[in-house]
Design a binder for this molecule. Sequence first.
Ligand SMILES: Cc1cc2nc3c(=O)[nH]c(=O)nc-3n(C[C@H](O)[C@H](O)[C@H](O)COP(=O)(O)OP(=O)(O)OC[C@H]3O[C@@H](n4cnc5c(N)ncnc54)[C@H](O)[C@@H]3O)c2cc1C
Ligand code: SF4
Length: 508
Amino acid sequence: MVRLVLILGDQLSLDLASLRAADKEHDIIVMAEVASEATYVRHHPKKIAFIFSSMRKFAAALKTDGWKVLYSQLDDTQNAGSIPAELLRRAQESGAKEVIATRPGEWRLIEALEGTPLQVYLLEDDRFLATHAEFEAWAEGRKALRMEYFYRDMRRKTGLLMEDGKPAQGQWNFDHDNRKAAPKDVSYSGPLSFEPDAITKDVLDLVAASFGDHFGTLENFNFATTRAEALQALEHFITHALLRFGDFQDAMLSENKFLYHAVISPYLNAGLLGPLEICQAAEKAHKDGHAPINAVEGFIRQIIGWREYVRGIYFLEGPDYTRRNALGHHRDLPTLYWGAETKMHCLSKSVAQTRDEAYAHHIQRLMVTGNFALLSGINPEQVHEWYLEVYADAFEWVEAPNTIGMSQFADGGIIASKPYVSSGAYINRMSDYCKSCHYAVKDKTGETACPFNVLYWDFLIRHEDRFLNNPRMGNMYRTWNRMDETHRATVLQDAAIFLEKLDAGEAV
Ligand SMILES: Cc1cc2nc3c(=O)[nH]c(=O)nc-3n(C[C@H](O)[C@H](O)[C@H](O)COP(=O)(O)OP(=O)(O)OC[C@H]3O[C@@H](n4cnc5c(N)ncnc54)[C@H](O)[C@@H]3O)c2cc1C
Ligand code: SF4
């Protein structure tokens, strides 16, 4: 009996569960570029191009390997426009009644596949280090699901940076050696770029014609689109940047978009690279004396710790997670997130870089765009959709917990024990943005005051009932209470004026 084997755009791994379960002789692989996946949120054109081009090359590699592949290009006249509709069409064509697929990383698509009239078998996606069952067992009965403890279990499980059952150099976490302020010069020229080949050029034309009105530019498309290229990008990072990754992990520079970051998340999330091979390459660099422990431990923690942990939370919490709004925030996402003029240099730069590269590093996402949305009380579902649209690495299982949980505290504190908020002082310490800003980071009130300075206090006071007794936030409230009463009133008034202008669509 013929079965269809569905492979999605973020499942481009040769060791995929559904490929392992399939029979090369009889089964038929189905891959489809569909409009509904590109537009259910309006994804960045570079993200769509990266996925379509990588899919085409992956399909070609499967064919070379002897698989039968039915591949639908977006502009095929028969293309039915959605994953379930394409499966039905291919089932009718081939007479197949059954489909095997690796479980998608998004509730929306899981539900869509389960709703098709075909018999669909969903296999566990085992390209991760922790299964759902393992994460559930870890979470069971715990009062707080803190990433650090989960991460230690993952270290034990993988043996990464472990010596005789103990953490290498006697510590689990070397973050106190990281997070240095922005360097004056960056000795790294950034991630490896790849010139578009004929396949990518065709895809770029197609994407420009079909999705050219989405936010984001297609110019200078330079992502890797095959596993071989992604491996080169990884090696380039390990050889040239890992050494300083830890030191400048949280730094931001106006004229340097990547600093010492890996820019491998699109490749990892689409399946061109695997988490363990990346971490083993980093560990080897340390063992060979090419990278210090603080850099390597910090890097490995992001992948076997944060990445696995947020996935666990997404599936543990269920399909309503993206609609959580614990702080009751309802303001619409301001147009500055779509590139409208803003006088705030940090936001202007972070959004412009996002438009151009479909990339911003973690601290730009968390402490600039995320911090501003949280302080201003933006509806978290709209914030979530923005992050899902604009980044090439954004797939819901990883984007939603980072946005809803870590960045917007909309899950009420499952991921973050306190909200990630800061005044302008943090951004000033970690970047060079403030030097070129219309606002003055040192001004606490008045027209020239950095908006983060007034919004920070406004946020804390709005949510005093919730946060006053949070042991990690007591200091903030004590500082506020020590301020002169007139000053406090001015701060709150300035925040209200600023938010009124924001609502009125003024360039703030
Ligand atoms: C609001 C918000 C939204 C985010 N959305 C996404 C997203 O859609 N997809 C995504 O992959 N990451 C997301 N992140 C996490 C992080 O910002 C990106 O993984 C990172 O910026 C990717 O760039 P890089 O490869 O240069 O990472 P590096 O800084 O070089 O880190 C190495 C790798 O660690 C992993 N990693 C680091 N931090 C995290 C994290 N918090 N969660 C999961 N993995 C992590 C990534 O795979 C990354 O490639 C988000 C963070 C925030 C605050
Ligand atoms: S002064 Fe404030 S708004 Fe301007 S760049 Fe600094 S933190 Fe951003």
